[in-house]
Design a protein around this ligand. Structure first.
Ligand code: AMP
Ligand code: GLY
Length: 422
C-alpha cells in the first residue's frame, strides 16, 4: 500500500513511524513533513490544509490510504473531497469535524445527549456576555468558539479578567473570526487526562490513557503551549473512571452524533477533567493529540494501518480491543528559545544519532528541517524525545538520558514531565 500522512509535526512523525512498521505498507509520503519524517517517508511540499493540492497528488500517486494529522485538513473537508474520488482517508468528514471547529456546537451536542461537561452559555453580543459574567461571578472560563491553536481559552480568576477576555475576543478579534462567538463556562477543578478512541460510528475502541503538559515551565507555570510533554498511561484514570468515560462520553457522543445524522469515523479525542463529582469533558478534538500520540503509539502492538482501514471501512468490530505494550512511555518536548512567543530558528541540532542509539528511545521531530546533511530547528516545538520503561519512573529516566545527549542553541524543556504520575 501507498500511504500519505498529512501534517508536519511530532504527531505526524510518530504516525509515520508506526505506519512504517505495518506489513501492509510499501511506501509512505508525507505532506509537507519535516527533517525527521524525511528519514522514513518521501516528503512532498504541499500544505496540510491545501485540499486541492493534496487531492491532485493522491490521485496522481494512487494513494491507498491518507491519514490526516492536523484538524486543519479535516475542517477543510479533506475526507469529503477525497471520497468523491473514492480515495480512502482516515478521519471524520467536515460536518463531524465541527466538534473541534466549533466549541459551541460540541457543547450543544454534549448537552443534548447528556455527556458530562461544564455548564455554559454562548454569546455573540459583548454586552450580553458581560451582563452574564457579572451576574454569575468568577472564576469562570471564557473560550473562543473557533480554532485558535489552543490559545483561545482564558481561565479567569476575576470578573474583570473574564470581561477583558470577552472584549478581546468579540470586539478586538484577538483570535480573528474564531472569537466572534464565545462560550462562558463554569470553572472545573481537578486533574486532566486525554482519552482517545477509534470509532467507525458503530463500534468504539478506546486507546490507552495519557496526560499532556500544557504550560511552558515546570510545575505547570507560565503560559500555555501546544504541549511540552506527555506520558502514558495516566494512573489517575482508574479502570472504573475509564469505563465511566467510555460509557458516558464516547458511547453517548457517538450515539448522539448518529441521531443527528452525523457518522463519525476516525479518532475522537476527549480532554477530560476528573472532578470530585466525576469526569467532565473540556473539549473534543477530531484527531490524534500532539504530543500524546508520541507517548501512545510506541505502546501500540496492533498494526495501526489495519485498524485505520477497519475504521474507514466500518469494520472496526474486528478489533474489539487493541494490543498494548504494558510498559510506560514518556515524551519530553524540546522547544526553541522564546517559545511559545517569538522563537529562534535555523539552529543546528546535535546529538540526534547518539540519542536514537539508546534502546527503547525514539526521537520524534516536530519543527526541524534538513539542510544538506544537517538537521536544523524550524519550529517552536522542535523535538519530542520519547522513551519506554518498565515503570513511569524508568521511562522518565530513560527519556531524560536521551534528552541530555541532544543540544541546540537556546533549547528549553521541562524537567518534570511524568512526575505527576509517580
Ligand atoms: P480546551 O482547549 O477547551 O481544552 O482548554 C484548554 C485548557 O483550559 C484545558 O486543558 C484546561 O486546562 C483549561 N480549561 C478549559 N475549560 C476549563 C474549565 N471549564 N474549567 C477549568 N479549566 C478549563
Ligand atoms: N495535546 C493537545 C492537543 O493535541 O490538542
Amino acid at each position: 500500500m501507498k500511504i500519505l500522512v498529512v501534517g508536519s509535526g511530532g504527531r505526524e512523525h510518530a504516525l509515520a513511524w508506526k505506519i512504517a512498521q505495518s506489513k501492509l505498507v510499501k511506501k509512505i509520503f508525507c505532506a509537507p513533513g519535516n527533517g525527521g519524517i524525511s528519514q522514513l517517508a518521501e516528503c512532498v511540499d504541499i500544505k496540510a490544509d491545501d485540499v486541492p493540492g493534496l487531492l491532485d497528488f493522491a490521485r496522481r500517486e494512487k494513494i491507498d490510504l491518507t491519514v490526516a494529522g492536523p484538524e486543519a485538513a479535516l475542517v477543510a473537508g479533506i475526507v469529503d473531497e477525497f471520497s468523491n474520488y473514492k480515495l480512502p482517508v482516515f478521519g471524520p468528514r467536515k460536518r463531524a469535524a465541527m466538534l473541534e471547529e466549533s466549541k459551541a456546537f460540541a457543547k450543544q451536542i454534549m448537552m443534548h445527549y447528556h455527556v458530562p461537561t461544564a455548564g455554559f452559555r454562548v454569546f455573540v453580543d459583548l454586552s450580553e456576555a458581560k451582563k452574564y459574567i457579572g451576574a454569575r461571578g468568577a472564576p469562570c472560563v471564557v473560550k473562543a468558539d473557533g480554532l485558535a491553536q489552543g490559545k483561545g481559552v482564558i481561565v479567569a480568576k476575576s470578573i474583570q479578567e473574564a470581561n477583558r477576555a470577552a472584549t478581546a475576543m468579540i470586539e478586538n478579534r484577538a483570535f480573528g473570526d474564531a472569537g466572534k462567538r464565545i462560550i462562558v463556562e463554569d470553572c472545573l477543578v481537578g486533574q486532566e487526562a486525554s482519552i482517545l478512541c477509534f470509532t467507525d460510528s458503530k463500534v468504539i475502541v478506546p486507546l490507552v490513557t495519557s496526560q499532556d503538559h500544557k504550560r511552558i515551565f515546570d510545575n505547570d507555570l507560565g503560559p500555555n503551549t501546544g504541549g511540552m510533554g506527555a506520558y502514558s498511561p495516566a494512573p489517575v484514570v482508574t479502570k472504573e473512571l475509564f469505563n465511566e468515560i467510555t460509557q458516558k462520553v464516547f458511547s453517548r457522543m457517538i450515539a448522539g452524533l448518529n441521531a443527528e445524522g452525523i457518522e463519525y469515523r476516525g479518532i475522537l479525542y476527549a480532554g477530560i477533567m476528573l472532578t470530585k463529582t466525576g469526569p467532565q469533558v473540556l473539549e473534543f478534538n477530531v484527531r490524534f493529540g500532539d504530543p500524546e500520540t508520541q507517548a501512545i503509539l510506541p505502546r501500540l502492538k496492533t498494526d495501526l494501518v489495519e485498524v485505520m482501514l477497519a475504521v474507514v471501512n466500518q469494520k472496526l468490530s474486528r478489533y474489539p480491543a487493541l494490543e498494548w505494550d504494558q510498559r510506560a512511555c514518556v515524551c519530553v518536548v524540546c522547544a526553541a528559545k522564546g517559545y511559545p512567543g517569538e522563537y529562534t530558528k535555523d539552529k543546528e541540532i546535535f546529538g540526534l544519532d547518539e540519542a536514537a542509539k539508546l534502546e527503547d528511545v525514539m526521537v520524534f521531530h516536530s519543527g526541524t528541517k534538513k539542510v544538506g546533511d544537517k538537521i536544523v530547528t524550524s519550529g517552536g516545538r522542535v523535538l519530542g524525545v520519547t522513551g519506554l520503561g518498565a515503570t513511569i519512573k524508568d521511562a522518565i529516566s530513560k527519556t531524560y538520558s536521551a534528552v541530555n545527549k541532544i543540544s541546540f542553541e537556546g533549547m528549553q524543556y521541562r524537567r518534570d514531565i511524568g512526575r505527576k504520575a509517580i
